[in-house]
Design a protein around this ligand. Structure first.
Ligand code: SP5
Ligand code: ZN
Length: 345
């Protein structure tokens, strides 16, 4: 399968995040992409450098002021104090209910809070460059489909599906899946669908397309009553206005079995088949793996092959976009199993 991969991913390399008040090593690491690259190469899949510039599509998915903030964030952080080059910025204040989010404060950490949904998305010096490479891969992949390719894999990090139009969150900065879907619409696809199989609900992607009938969003994920991102992903979220009926959430309790997960996948596929459409974007989170350190589903290696085979049966051109998955050493095998299952299916 055509696979886009850029070494620029490694420029996003924060050292730690917070868990229960302690600093812990980041779960979302450059090593993840290294394992995926190594396994793809070992299986004979050629890697291509993304050649497209995603900037125009990014302005259709994210707000101008968020993009401006993110592109300059590290320089602004270091300008506060040269020693900040060796520190990670975290937000500490957010404009929750009753507070204003229309006025952008001058204070850097206040702006970081304005543009964040959590304190779990640490920035590093190369975050913008790395995230931009992922968005470039998403647009490159859409163009490949336009040129007649059946399926393309964006093996990028950081992930994207928690990032909304104007905020980062959940290790995500630019919403690569939304960028792929928007690029497909812009190049003439009238109906696109996004299927999100990451363990965590793709709140960013849902919110970006919530009012639109041209991009159907379908997600299976851990029930937000107990699982991150907590504040979105319930079954009663069905879309709004012209987008009513074009959002389907299939939350499953943490600890759900593999058969329960595949039953939900069947429901998702039934909705996708009813939508028809010209192309599918798959937010390919692999944190549904039994060995994932922060998630609670039970898929095994073979189950990822089965997922790939099932998606092939939809008969749609597909852009696969890597999202989560934190059992790094198994990430490559699980990703390749989906890809090769799809190719065989
Ligand atoms: C793209 C993606 O998968 N983002 C996930 C973001 C999850 N952020 C919250 C992490 C909290 C870790 N909790 C550990 C619980 C261990 N039992
Ligand atoms: Zn996830």
């Amino acid at each position: 399968m055509v696979t886009f991969f850029s070494d620029r991913h490694a420029l996003h390399a924060p050292a730690f995040e917070f868990f229960r008040g302690e600093r812990v090593p980041c779960f979302e690491t450059p090593a993840r992409a290294g394992f995926v690259r190594d396994r793809l190469l070992a299986r004979g899949h050629a890697l291509r450098e993304p050649e497209a510039d995603s900037l125009q599509v990014l302005t259709q998915v994210h707000t101008a002021r968020y993009l401006r903030f993110l592109a300059g964030a590290w320089d602004h952080w270091v300008a506060l104090d040269p020693e900040n080059a060796g520190r990670q910025p975290f937000p500490s204040v957010w404009p929750v209910r009753t507070l204003r989010s229309d006025v952008e404060p001058d204070n850097f950490v206040a702006r970081l809070g304005l543009y964040s949904m959590d304190n779990g998305s640490p920035l590093s010096a190369g975050t913008w460059t790395a995230a931009k490479a992922g968005a470039d891969a998403a647009v490159s992949a859409a163009r490949c489909l336009g040129a007649g390719e059946r399926a393309v894999f964006c093996a990028a990090r950081p992930p994207g599906h928690h990032a909304g139009a104007d905020f980062m969150g959940g290790y995500c900065f630019l919403n690569n899946a939304a960028v792929a879907a928007q690029a497909l619409v812009q190049q003439g696809c009238e109906r696109v669908a996004v299927l999100d199989v990451d363990y965590h609900h793709g709140n960013g992607t849902q919110s970006i397309f919530y009012d639109r009938p041209d991009v159907l969003f379908v997600s299976l994920h851990g029930d937000p009553r107990t699982e991150y991102p907590f504040y979105l992903g319930h079954a009663d979220e069905t879309g709004r206005g012209a987008g009513e009926g074009f959002n389907l959430n299939l939350p499953l309790p943490a600890g759900s079995t593999v058969p329960a997960w595949f039953d939900a996948l069947e429901a998702a596929c039934a909705r996708l088949a009813r939508h028809g459409g010209d192309a599918l974007v798959v937010s390919l989170g692999l944190d549904t793996f039994a060995g994932d350190p922060i998630s609670a589903f039970a898929l095994q290696g073979d189950d990822f092959s089965r997922l790939g085979r099932r998606l092939a049966r939809l008969g749609l051109p597909v852009v696969f976009v890597l999202e989560g998955g934190y059992a790094a050493a198994e990430l490559g095998l699980n990703a390749v199993n989906v890809i090769e299952g799809f190719e065989q299916g």
